[in-house]
Design a protein around this ligand. Structure first.
Ligand code: GLY
Ligand code: MN
Ligand code: MN
Length: 447
């Protein structure tokens, strides 16, 4: 068995224990997707499937049978069969027998047998768990299995009487990261932090945004990260005020800032880090004032990450600091808003800070899990728990506008770190990425 198979076996057992006794869950990995011609997009497994299997080949399906009475849970993998010709072209594939022993499944079969086997596996089971309404193709496949089981009705065989959404259960399980996941995330953060430091050392007036992007990708890959966790944002000057900018094709100029939002994916886990630094290595007074305000907002958000307190507290803490700073710096009019609370009540801060302060982070950069407690009618923000992982990413984005001091025009700043909630407070995983004004200036001076 692989060294990590035990963790996947344990997760499957936990899922099976949550299912109706004797019921069946079915979960497919992601399909391969054609980019153009004969060329596919780089293959990326489905996160839920990987969470339960550790298996990264395409064309694979997990079937999990929940325990009932004396009968223990059983997990069955359907995967690509061994095929010498395909392996000559595309490389090694496990095949059912090796996959079963290496990944700790009870049984494994070629994927071509899935439909025939499902008609048997779904006979006389009370319920089916799958990704309800996720894809028309899966819905059609499930329909065909149910039809096949119902066709045996005259022999006294019953089809599942109910269907449950499988992904909701898995989302909740994935929200709490175990020690292995935390360690993968910490490593993904270290690599991304080194990439940001490298990009800072490389930056100077005249470089193109894509050259900075190339430095990031170089550092990701040379440290073994398989992918960027998302398309990197390298936004110089006014581009930093476009939240999802990723053309990355402009030349960075003297006197501007560059905002870089880039994280890598390592062994299935994402990092998500943003740093903003001066193209010439020294912050101007206006840049520094806004930068330190965002830093202060981030510190307030960190302090609000306490287990038991609602997730929304960190956003509220960041907004409070940012709104107060917007008034102090003249971005908002003190004659109109007497206090930060007034400005927030009037939604005035949204002109310069229009996004949330974070999101869950895990295998997906915007990871699964609800942000509210759906079991309570009011749907309040859910309390933080040790083991949750999230980003903390306040920012400020100043587009030219009447009444806004010109010194701040076109400055966009975001500072984003990744944290794990602990029994008390939180652990910042991405603190190796240079962040303080003096720290960044010193590092850039040495380049
Ligand atoms: N990089 C995407 C985000 O920060 O949410
Ligand atoms: Mn983020
Ligand atoms: Mn980000």
């Amino acid at each position: 068995m692989t060294a990590t198979a035990g963790a996947y076996i344990e997760r499957r057992a936990r899922l099976a224990a949550r299912m109706e006794p004797g019921s069946v869950a079915v979960l497919a990995t992601a399909p391969e997707v054609l980019r153009n011609g004969d060329s596919d997009y780089p293959y990326r497994h489905d996160s839920h499937f990987y969470y339960l299997t550790g298996f990264t080949e395409p064309e694979a399906v997990l079937v999990l049978l929940a325990p009932v009475g004396e009968q223990p849970a059983r997990s069955i993998l359907f995967c690509r069969d061994k095929n010498l010709e395909r392996e000559i072209w595309d490389g090694y594939r496990y095949g059912p027998e090796a996959a079963r022993t290496e990944f700790g499944f009870d049984e494994a079969y070629p994927i071509d047998e899935l439909d025939a086997q499902m008609a048997k596996l779904l006979a006389n089971v009370p319920a089916l768990y799958y990704a309800l309404g996720h894809s028309a193709a899966l819905d059609a496949q499930v329909s065909s299995w149910l039809k096949a089981v119902r066709a045996q009705g005259r022999s006294g065989i019953a089809a599942p009487a109910s269907a449950h959404h499988l992904l909701g259960i898995l989302d909740e399980m994935r929200l709490l990261k175990d020690a292995g996941e935390q360690s993968a995330m910490a490593r993904a953060c270290s690599i991304a932090a080194a990439a940001h430091a490298r990009a800072m050392r490389f930056t100077r007036p005249g470089v193109f945004e894509y050259e900075i992007e190339a430095e990031l990708l170089h550092e990701f890959r040379r440290n073994g990260a398989q992918f960027p966790a998302y398309t990197p944002i390298v936004a110089s000057g006014a581009n930093a005020c476009v939240l999802h900018y990723n053309q990355n094709n402009r030349q960075c100029r003297e006197g501007e800032l560059v905002l870089v939002d880039a994280g890598c994916e390592l062994d299935g886990y994402a990092s998500d880090i943003t740093r903003t630094w001066p193209v010439n290595g020294r912050f101007s007074a206006a840049q520094k004032a806004l930068y330190e305000l965002v830093l202060q907002a981030q510190d307030a958000a960190f302090a609000a990450i306490v287990p038991g307190r609602p997730y929304s507290c960190m956003h509220e803490a960041a907004v409070q600091v940012l709104a107060a700073g917007m008034l102090d710096l003249g971005l908002l009019d003190k004659a109109k808003y007497a206090s930060a609370e007034d400005a927030i009540a009037g939604k005035a801060h949204l002109q310069f800070y229009m996004h949330g302060t974070g999101h869950w982070l895990g295998m997906d950069v915007h990871d699964v899990g609800t942000y509210r407690d759906l079991s309570v009618a009011e749907r309040p923000s859910r309390p933080l728990l040790p083991g949750m992982a999230l980003t903390v990413e306040p920012g400020i984005y100043v587009r030219p506008a009447e009444g806004v001091p010109e010194a701040f025009w076109n400055i966009g700043i975001r500072i984003e770190d990744d944290v794990i909630v602990l029994d008390k407070g939180c652990r910042v995983l991405s603190s190796d990425a240079p962040k303080g004004v003096a720290e960044i200036e010193q590092l850039m001076e040495k380049r």
